[in-house]
Design a protein around this ligand. Structure first.
Ligand SMILES: [Zn+2]
Length: 356
């Protein structure tokens, strides 16, 4: 079974079965915890035309974002900032379950689409900024690659002396080519590989920094949001590397430089961090220890789980629930499967306090 079939089965068969049998109520007392930290990337209206699923999964529509807010209001959650989570974990709970909204990377639609919604509902939210985004130095290869895959009949990729050809003829080919090239690109991390990627796109007459000009927040927008009481800005490194592939010195540099730059532009202290990619394949014990020694109040991963009192001792690696409108077939009730802990319980093999 390929990935696409697995995802379709989840959305069309497994999620409805789990939801209609109300099996998520069984896990609620044990796996819903104190609350959830949600993870988003982009908030933007549905784009017309063909898309690559891997990227469109990073996006929710403004309507869906609003639907999640109403869901948590209906379920009597407290909407909290990351500072408040720090307090809750240090022994000041409010009695209600909490939810925190977080956005990774620093896309411009966080300012144009999400910020007005959060202001309307008076709800705090956080953005973890990769500083290469507003510096216009990021090579957003995942969006450049999407355009290329949708435009070409086939693509040649040469790395370490090996040339491979990928077909983009059918929809299935395009999904597969995107998936395979994404794996290749992610494997080839570091500045040398970055230069290689830049040359790859330039050889197709594509400006490698085009998407960061189109899609990233600029510093003026970041500075404006930082002055708003609902907004927390966190660091997300300079260049969004897989930190476990770097030396200790480079990890510290990626973290501290991004923090200092955001502080300089906003005049505010940056006390929260999120790990690029954030899975076990990119961030683990060494990275958690370094981030802790840098003195952040909290740091978040992308391990899928809710937050428990035991996270008091693991504030440098708090798990999050990814919100993916497409995965959930736009059905807001499937959030029950995450917030009540059924899916986290299965995915984490019955571990409650998910850390490393
Ligand atoms: Zn990220």
């Amino acid at each position: 079974m390929n990935i696409k079939t697995v995802k379709r089965t989840l959305a069309n068969v497994t999620f409805p079965a789990m939801w209609h049998t109300k099996s998520y109520l069984l896990t609620r007392p044990f796996f819903s915890g104190l609350g959830s930290i949600l993870m988003f990337h982009r908030v933007c209206p549905e784009q017309p035309g063909p898309r690559i699923r891997g990227n469109s999964g990073l996006e929710v529509t403004p309507e869906y974002l609003e639907a999640t807010i109403k869901y948590f209001m209906r379920n009597d959650y407290e909407f909290v900032s990351l500072d408040r989570i720090y307090e809750i974990l240090n022994g000041k709970p409010s009695g209600k379950k909490f939810v925190a909204y977080t956005f990774d990377d620093g896309y411009v639609d966080n300012f144009t689409h999400a910020f007005p919604i959060f202001k309307r509902y008076n709800i705090p939210f956080s953005i973890y900024v990769t500083t290469n985004f507003p510096d216009r130095e990021a090579v957003m290869w995942w969006y450049l690659l999407e355009d290329l895959v949708l435009e070409k009949k086939n693509i040649e990729w040469t790395f370490e002396g090996h040339t491979r050809k990928f077909s983009c003829a059918t929809e299935a080919d395009r999904e597969m080519t995107f998936h395979r090239l994404r794996t290749e690109f992610s494997k080839s991390d570091g500045s040398l590989a970055q230069n290689h990627l830049i040359r790859f796109f330039e050889s197709h007459q594509i400006d490698p920094h085009l998407k960061s000009r189109e899609l990233a927040l600029n510093w003026e927008q970041i500075a404006e949001m930082s002055g708003h009481p609902l907004v927390t800005l966190g660091a997300h490194t300079v260049s969004h590397p897989a930190l476990n592939k770097l030396t200790d010195r480079d990890v510290i540099q990626e973290i501290e430089q991004s923090r200092e730059k955001i502080q300089t532009w906003t005049g505010r202290k940056v006390e929260h961090f999120s790990y690029p990619f954030g899975t076990r394949a990119e961030a683990g014990e060494r990275e958690f220890a370094i981030v802790k020694s840098c003195g952040f109040k909290t740091a978040t991963t992308t391990r899928p789980a809710n937050i428990f009192p035991g996270h008091r001792y693991h504030k440098e690696c708090l798990p999050r629930i990814l919100i993916n409108e497409k995965r959930d077939n736009r059905e807001i009730q499937y959030l029950d499967l995450w917030t009540h802990g059924l899916l986290p319980c299965i995915l984490n093999k019955f571990t409650r306090v998910v850390t490393a």
